[in-house]
Every structure is written in structure tokens, then in C-alpha cells.
Design a protein around this ligand. Structure first.
Ligand SMILES: Cc1cc2nc3c(=O)[nH]c(=O)nc-3n(C[C@H](O)[C@H](O)[C@H](O)COP(=O)(O)OP(=O)(O)OC[C@H]3O[C@@H](n4cnc5c(N)ncnc54)[C@H](O)[C@@H]3O)c2cc1C
Length: 524
């Protein structure tokens, strides 16, 4: 192993949360190293965000936003965190995104109010307070933010570098007495994806910004890098994680597309009907509003009918409308369906619900500090207490911005002991090549088990079955991980199974069926 690399602040992940944390810490004059496992800095869930980010419009107040957030989250919230988001969120959107990064948010087309931002309202928002950049808000925000990262003299950015594990005094120091110190993190072990080399990166402070975990489920809107690495690393390091049972599912995504493309709820709003493979309108027997029932109920209705009928997807039919009208009303959905070989003007769209957002994660305080000394977590990997048991639309980019800013600032305030970097054991490079078929099959097991037993509808029996399957699999994977020549795919598999098991444990421990965690009594 090469001698350790040293930096003042290490940030793992270059989505919005990691990028803002990097800028915020670098503004304080600290040397920042930001790494991402992807080939490009622009990666993760951030560029996928379509709808927008919460700001504030005339007539809106922090109190109104707070009320909407806590209602959506089924009143399972941390008061101080929601206050922080509602009060400083809009200020930081203005400071960073509008004034500093100059994100090209859509402007009002009304010439009399030229240069004013255009606002939209989304489901469960009492005010039209969301700003957006066409239907690719996350991409526009991330392009502008990464420009600032690349231009900052105090930031070094490395792509194609995968964090394997956090370095902690209790797990890695070779000085035995360090076990008596308060648990602390002093960096991470990092794999260079290109040459397979593993190096220790020592850091006074480490910030986890690894994003979501949707890819541990069979169907997801998340890109392939979102497999919960941060939760897995934090869990192994002994940092407190919570609310992991709360996974938000989107009801209708395009079945057959690589990254499940969202089929907006507006298609059902315009009369689109959900049918099964035999043309039966199954939602009528689930809810009085049929296909227009609330999001959670539709998602569960689709899922249950898939289980009952053994069909791999359901269908959303709006083909009774004229082609011209469909093309004009839903241009992007129409185009993406055609790319996937579906002509929505002539046939029903195959749809499945999909894992979309993780409301829980590594527990943090208002500054993004975790339960481990010198370790922070920001963005989707963190659990701030804002989203509670379910997330209000367009609040996650805002949370990534607010906690990214706070954590970067806080991490830059070094304290005594932050420059303690103990010696660690040399890394032993193993050489066994792992059969790719094992990795592919193990992922299928994880994704299917999580989808069917720990997805939209859970029972204790299903969860116990999942636990047995996944614990056994984890033992097997750990066994071959220890002997394997390391590659991003082995590291990812080890993290994916760890995160899946963490979710199962949290879900079995959850005391109540609430928000996105829908638990049926066995036999119900
Ligand atoms: C389809 C879709 C639509 C959405 N729409 C909206 C919306 O309209 N409004 C809204 O507010 N939210 C939306 N969200 C949610 C929002 O996009 C995410 O919650 C947010 O972008 C998360 O940002 P992040 O910085 O925490 O993580 P990400 O943007 O996911 O970034 C994670 C980073 O960590 C890196 N990484 C992961 N593991 C490792 C590792 N082991 N080593 C090194 N690097 C690693 C990844 O490569 C990536 O760079 C949407 C999400 C999706 C999927």
C-alpha cells in the first residue's frame, strides 16, 4: 500500500450536498479533497432531479412551509431541523444558487415582471414556492455548482475513486490504547478504480455525501451509483443510523427503461387509467378514487396486484386521447416512452412503482455532525429529522444545500486532537478473481428480496424471511470480499448487502406502521 495521502477535509461524494460542503469548507480557507466513485463529478441522484427546489414566494412563510413538511412526514419530525431548513433554506438558495452560482432557473414569461423567478406548486405544498429549471433542475444546479468546485483554489477533486471504509481509531489504529478514546474517524480507505490500488486518505474531518440507496431495490428511479455506500460504511464504523425503514416509492415509472423514467401523476390527472395485463381496472377495488387515489395507495395497489397476478408490471392507459394532444401535453414522457419502444398514443404504458428516496440515514445534528467524532454526513445519506416518515416534494435538494453549507463550515473549525493520525496495518492485497456471475446473481437476490419482502407492503413474516436470506448472503459475500482482488463491483456488492441488512434490522425494530413504512399484521 502507498503511504497515506493527507488532507484537511475529505468529502466522499460530489452530488449537491458534497459539492456545497466542499465549497463551504474551502471558503473557510481549508484544503478540501472531494472524491467520487463515478467517472464524472456530475453523478448520483442530483442531476436526475426534475421538479425543482423549494424557495419562497410572496405570501409564503417559513411557518407554512414547516406545516407542509411535517404533515407530509406524518408528524415524525425533529423540530429544530425543520426550523433550520425553513428559515435558512431560502436564504441559502438565494446566496449560493441564485447570486453566486447563477443557476438558470426559469423566469416568469410575463414581461411586466421580467427577471422574476417562475414558481410552481407541487403535491402537498400549500403555496407555489418551487423554482425550477425546465424539467432538469438538478442537472442545471449541479452544472453550476461543480463549476464553482472546479474553480476553487482550495479544492482538489478526484473522480473514479471509491471509498471502501471509514478509518476509525477503534477499528484501524495499531495502538491498542486507542480503543479507550472516544470513537472517531480519521479518513477513509479509498480504491483507485483505474489501477486497483488501495490507499489510506487521512483527514482531520471527513464528510460523507454518498447519496441514496434506491439501487438495492429491484425497481428504482436512482442511478447505478446509489447503493447506500455511506450507510454501509457508517454502520460498520459504528455511527448511529436511524429511520432507515422509511423508503419513499414513486407509484408510476416506465417499466423497461434502464433508469426507471418517471411517468408523472399528471397522466392520471388527465384521465389515464391503471389496468392489469388483462385490461382490468384494478384500482377501483382498492380506493374510491380509483387511479386518482393518493400516491402511497396507488403505489401499493400496483404492487399488490403485481404480486396477486404474477405479472411483472401494470399498465397506464391514455391511448384513447388524440396523438397530437398527447405529444403536446406530455412531450418528454412521449419521447422517453418511444425511446423504450412504447407508443403511448397507441398502447398502454407499462409501469411499476420504484424506490425513490431514503428518508432515513446516518443520524446528524444541525451541523451535520454524526455520533462519531470528526465524521459528518450530508444530503440523502444523512438523517437530519426533516423528512420524518415521508418526504415533501422538492425539499431534498434544499436539505442537501443547507446541511452541506452547515457541515462545511463546522468541519473547518478544527479542535485539539483533529491532527491525530495513528499508524494503521499495511493493506494486504488479495488476488482472487471473483466470478462476475456470482456478483450478478447476488445483486438479483438482494434486489428481489428487498422489493418483495421489504418494499411497499411489509409483514413481519416477509421481513424475517428477508433477514434470513440476506444475513446468510452477507456472510458469503464478506467471505469472498476478504480474499478478492478489489474492484468497484465487489466493494459495491459488500456495501449493498450491508445497507439492505441495516434496513431490514431497522424495519423489524420499528414500533409502528407509519408514513412510508406500511406494515400489515401477519395474516391480514
Ligand atoms: C428521478 C429523481 C427525481 C428527483 N427529483 C427531485 C426534485 O425535483 N427535487 C428535490 O428536491 N429532490 C429530487 N430528488 C431527490 C434528490 O435528487 C436527491 O435526494 C439529492 O440530489 C441527493 O443529493 P446528494 O448530494 O446527497 O447525493 P447524490 O447526488 O446522489 O450524490 C452522491 C455522490 O456520492 C458518490 N458516491 C457514492 N458512493 C461513493 C463511494 N463509496 N465512494 C465515492 N463516491 C461515492 C456518487 O458517485 C455521487 O457523486 C429526485 C431524485 C430522483 C432520483
Amino acid at each position: 500500500m502507498k503511504s497515506p495521502v493527507e488532507t484537511e477535509i475529505l468529502i466522499i461524494g460530489s452530488g449537491l450536498a458534497g459539492a456545497v460542503a466542499a465549497i463551504s469548507a474551502a471558503d473557510e480557507g481549508k484544503q478540501v479533497l472531494i472524491i467520487t466513485k463515478s467517472a464524472e463529478l456530475k453523478s448520483g441522484n442530483t442531476p436526475k432531479a426534475q421538479g425543482g427546489i423549494v424557495y419562497t414566494s410572496s405570501g409564503d412563510t417559513p411557518e407554512k412551509l414547516k406545516e407542509d413538511i411535517i404533515k407530509a412526514g406524518d408528524y415524525h419530525y425533529w423540530n429544530k431541523a425543520v426550523d433550520q431548513l425553513c428559515i435558512s433554506g431560502p436564504e441559502l438558495v438565494n446566496e449560493y444558487l441564485i447570486e453566486r452560482f447563477k443557476v438558470n432557473f426559469d423566469l416568469n414569461s410575463d414581461k411586466t415582471t421580467s427577471a422574476e423567478l417562475s414558481f410552481t406548486r407541487e403535491a402537498a405544498h400549500s403555496e407555489p414556492r418551487i423554482i425550477y429549471s425546465k424539467d432538469k433542475t438538478g442537472d442545471s444546479i449541479q452544472t453550476a455548482t461543480l463549476k464553482a468546485v472546479n474553480n476553487h483554489p482550495n479544492i482538489t477533486a478526484l473522480t473514479d475513486h471509491t471509498a471502501l471504509d471509514l478509518l476509525t481509531l477503534s477499528h484501524h489504529s495499531i495502538k491498542s490504547a486507542d480503543i479507550y478514546e472516544k470513537p472517531a474517524c480519521f479518513g477513509a480507505m479509498v480504491l483507485d478504480n483505474q489501477n486497483g490500488e488501495v490507499k489510506a486518505v487521512y483527514a482531520k474531518r471527513t464528510i460523507l455525501a454518498t447519496g441514496g440507496l434506491g439501487q438495492i431495490f429491484l425497481h428504482t428511479t436512482n442511478p447505478e451509483e446509489s447503493i447506500g455506500d455511506g450507510i454501509a460504511m457508517a454502520w460498520r464504523a459504528g455511527a448511529r443510523c436511524f429511520n432507515l425503514q422509511f423508503i419513499q416509492f414513486h407509484p408510476t415509472t416506465l417499466f423497461g427503461s434502464k433508469d426507471r423514467f418517471l411517468i408523472s401523476e399528471a397522466v392520471r390527472g388527465e384521465g389515464g387509467k391503471l389496468i392489469d395485463g388483462n385490461g382490468n381496472e384494478f384500482m377501483q377495488s382498492v380506493h374510491e378514487k380509483g387511479s386518482l387515489a393518493p400516491r402511497d395507495i396507488v403505489a401499493r395497489g400496483i404492487h399488490q396486484t403485481m404480486l396477486d397476478t404474477g405479472q411483472p408490471c401494470m399498465f397506464l392507459d391514455i391511448s384513447f386521447k388524440k396523438r397530437d394532444w398527447i405529444e403536446k401535453r406530455f412531450p418528454s414522457i412521449y419521447k422517453n416512452c418511444l425511446l423504450a419502444g412504447v407508443d403511448m398514443a397507441a398502447e398502454p404504458i407499462p409501469v411499476v412503482p420504484a424506490a425513490h428516496y431514503s428518508c432515513g440515514g446516518v443520524g446528524v445534528n444541525l451541523a451535520g455532525h454524526t455520533s462519531l467524532k470528526r465524521l459528518y454526513a450530508v444530503g440523502e445519506v444523512a438523517c437530519t429529522g426533516v423528512h420524518g416518515a415521508n418526504r415533501l416534494a422538492s425539499t431534498s435538494l434544499l436539505e442537501a444545500l443547507v446541511w452541506g453549507h452547515e457541515a462545511g463550515k463546522d468541519a473547518a473549525q478544527f479542535q485539539e486532537g483533529d491532527d491525530y493520525f495513528p499508524q494503521i496495518e499495511s493493506w494486504v492485497e488479495e488476488t482472487e478473481e471473483i466470478d462476475p456471475a456470482l456478483i450478478a446473481q447476488d445483486w438479483l437476490t438482494i434486489k428481489n428480496t428487498m422489493w418483495n419482502y421489504a418494499g411497499l407492503i411489509r409483514t413481519r413474516q416477509r421481513l424475517h424471511r428477508a433477514q434470513t436470506i440476506l444475513r446468510n448472503l452477507q456472510n458469503e459475500i464478506e467471505d469472498f470480499y476478504q480474499k478478492a482482488r478489489l474492484s468497484p463491483s465487489i466493494v459495491g456488492l459488500r456495501n449493498g448487502i450491508q445497507t439492505a441488512n441495516a434496513i431490514i434490522t431497522a424495519t423489524l425494530e420499528a414500533r409502528e406502521s407509519r408514513g412510508t413504512h406500511y406494515l400489515l399484521e401477519d395474516g391480514e
